[in-house]
Design a binder for this molecule. Structure first.
Ligand code: WT7
Length: 647
């Protein structure tokens, strides 16, 4: 690294109570220069969001900004007609962005593809027409099981263009999870690829879909992208399969955008809750669009010359909102990268940043902690001076990771935006903007137009500085509208927990005297493994489906790199022990269980420890009390055990 730039360093971080102020370069460049004033503007919430909404191309303007007549089923920009793909792509082709790179795709083989707005426009239209030909209509759902590749972006936008609802399933999830997600929404069409590049290998995705589709009677057509070259020498396809390239080839490159209503569904994304069944989080069009574009622009100060890189996969909400949709809605260039962060070595991300001159970089604490372990020489052998703003998302960031990210990656000049939000919120909710005074590890304050409170079980605000439930007190435009097919659960889980219709986030937090929010972990039985959300019940169900297991309780065990990993307490059936060999070969029951759970939940279910026990703590009504196990694990006070049946 250039030594002279190090002298520029204004803050050498020693402890987390130090305030980190932006330097003059950041302030000079910033679109929004006064944080407090911006927050004040958000006081008049409806006016604030309406002003932001004006910046888009509406086919018909809304009649009412917010309809609160049927709480908690809020509606935004009621009566407005708008198409998101039109705003993300078509809108730019008659401007000087026409030949600007929209998507910069790079992968671990060192390949790159640059797609301009005009090229993206043509490809999306072709794909949209192809989908229509396959019978996909407005309101139909399309499931996606894809790696990070340009056709993934095209597929999402093509659905959006014709008003179809996409449901992306992360390409690391198992066929069991896919079946659950496809059958919940009865998709007729599934889009997948032959495989993905990962750590020098090709991981095949197609066999996973083949297995899943057998159990999904709704699926009529599977569209296959020849991504890793399996079909280069001609296709060997099943009856219901078509190749992406072939179906779009002869389609017209013109496709009028569907006049979707602001409240028409845009996509469904499944996430884990505290019960076993995944929740289909439903997002709609107008408010979502306004929310994500506004927050990306302000939080990361996105301007014409920026190169934006969010490392999040499109299988998660960060991928939807900030890797794909928001940067395109701002007419920016978004980098999508396919491959692992440490292959061919732990310098690959820094190499990509240097090579393309990435200016805004958004990633997860777990990745930072992972790369940190390889030492400073990796980032230090690249020129990372192009970086202007950094971002963190997905779980609380610890001080060591914050410091390393700030000093080694951002060269003590690029501020870190610690963005707190959720699949359900759709957009950033609590986050600084670049001109803010930062307190390392605090997500700082609610963004303009967002209002939160720390409350007790009754929904009453607690004293300043006290820990409590993090609640959101006002509706926001990108909020999810319901859980698909499960309105009751939507009301129960999120809105009826407190008696006064506050939104329950599932997180604990406190707010300090200066109004900074500190996230203190989950209040429910949800684990955060490498920033991925996984319900304890989901994992327990996977263990319980194994014939040797009688009953399971699962908790999150702290882990230096992954944040949390799974610790499972098992009651085994008679005659079984974890270390005994199981089945054929040299496999113990413990190994067999690990494979079984991974098969069900995919590799994101990282198992830290499996122990066998004689009994599990339960309430008198028979519910497992995971918090007791957790407290024992952490060596904490057991708290109120009055409802406990037997320890
Ligand atoms: C949960 C939401 C937000 C998109 C990716 C994850 C935790 C998220 C932060 C942060 C502390 C965070 C919370 C939240 N979380 N961001 N900056 N600081 N915790 O979305 O899978 O829906 O998970 O992730 O626990 O509730 P998600």
């Amino acid at each position: 690294m250039d030594e002279s730039s190090k002298t520029n360093q204004i803050n050498k971080l020693n402890d987390k109570n130090q305030i980190v102020s932006p330097n003059s370069e950041v302030i000079e460049r910033a679109l929004v220069k006064d944080w407090d004033k911006e927050i004040q503007k958000g006081e008049d919430m409806e006016k604030y969001w309406a002003l932001e909404a004006e910046q888009f191309d509406w086919f018909k303007k809304w009649d009412e900004v917010l309809d609160e007549s049927n709480k908690p089923f809020y509606k935004w920009f009621v009566g407005g007609k708008i198409n998101l793909a039109h705003n993300a792509v078509d809108r730019w082709i008659d401007t000087n962005k026409r030949n600007k790179v929209a998507i910069l795709y790079a992968n671990e083989l060192g390949e790159e593809v640059k797609i301009t707005y005009y090229e993206l426009y043509r490809e999306v239209n072709k794909m949209a027409n192809a989908l229509k030909k396959l019978g996909v209509k407005k309101g139909d759902s399309v499931s996606l099981y894809l790696p990070m590749c340009p056709q993934l972006v095209v597929s999402m936008l093509a659905c959006t263009k014709i008003g179809a609802i996409h449901s992306a399933v992360y390409s690391g999830l198992s066929s069991v999870a896919i079946v659950e997600r496809i059958t919940d929404i009865n998709s007729k069409v599934v889009i997948t690829a032959d495989g993905t590049f990962r750590r020098g290998k090709v991981i095949n995705l197609k066999p996973v879909i083949d297995e899943a589709v057998l159990e999904c009677p709704s699926v009529e057509t599977v569209i296959v992208i020849n991504h890793t070259g399996s079909y280069d020498d001609g296709a060997n396809l099943n009856e219901n399969e078509v190749l992406y390239n072939e179906i779009i080839e002869d389609e017209s490159d013109i496709c009028p955008a569907e006049m979707t209503d602001a409240e028409d569904p845009l996509f469904i994304l499944y996430t884990s809750g505290s019960t076993g069944k995944p929740k289909g989080v439903l997002h709609t069009t107008g408010g979502y669009m306004v929310g994500i574009a506004t927050t990306l622009r302000k939080v990361f100060d996105i301007q014409e010359d920026d190169l934006w890189w969010s490392t999040a996969d499109a299988g998660w909400i960060t991928g939807h909102s900030y890797t794909i949709y928001a940067p395109l809605l701002l007419g920016s260039t978004t980098l999508i990268y396919e491959g692992a962060p440490d292959f061919p070595d732990a310098g690959i991300w820094w190499k990509v940043i240097e090579r393309y001159g990435v200016s805004k970089f958004y990633t997860a604490p777990t990745a930072i902690r992972h790369l940190m372990r390889y030492g400073d020489e990796y980032p230090n052998s690249y020129n990372l001076n192009s970086l202007k703003v950094l971002g963190s998302v997905g779980e609380p960031i610890n001080f060591e990771a914050w410091k390393w990210f700030y000093e080694e990656i951002g060269n003590s000049k690029a501020p870190i935006m610690d963005t707190w939000w959720q699949t359900e919120t759709g957009m950033h909710m609590i986050s600084p903007i670049p001109v803010a005074d930062l307190k390392p590890c605090s997500a700082t304050k609610p963004l303009p137009g967002v209002h939160v409170a720390i409350v007790d079980e009754e929904g009453i605000e607690v004293e300043t500085g006290k820990k409590g439930y993090l609640a959101i007190t006002n509706p926001w435009p990108a909020m999810f509208r319901t859980l698909y097919n499960d309105e009751e659960r939507y009301k129960e889980v999120y809105w009826n927990f407190f008696s006064n219709l506050l939104y329950k986030t599932g997180d604990m937090a406190r707010i300090d005297e200066e109004g900074y929010v500190w996230i203190e972990g989950r209040s429910d039985d949800v684990l955060k493994i490498s920033g991925h959300r996984m319900g304890a019940v989901e994992v327990e169900r996977a263990f319980n489906s194994h014939p040797a297991v009688n009953e399971t309780a699962v908790i999150g065990k702290e882990d230096e790199v992954k944040g949390q990993v799974i610790k499972a307490f098992l009651i085994l059936n008679e005659g079984h022990e974890l270390d005994m060999s199981y089945g054929e070969g040299d496999v113990t029951l413990k190994d067999a269980l690990k494979m079984h759970v991974r098969h069900d939940l995919g590799p994101i279910a990282v198992l830290g420890e499996i122990v066998s026990v004689d009994s599990l703590p339960k309430t008198k009504s028979g519910k497992i009390m995971r918090r007791i196990l957790k407290a024992q694990e952490d060596g904490e006070d057991l708290g109120d055990t009055s409802t406990l049946d037997d320890l």
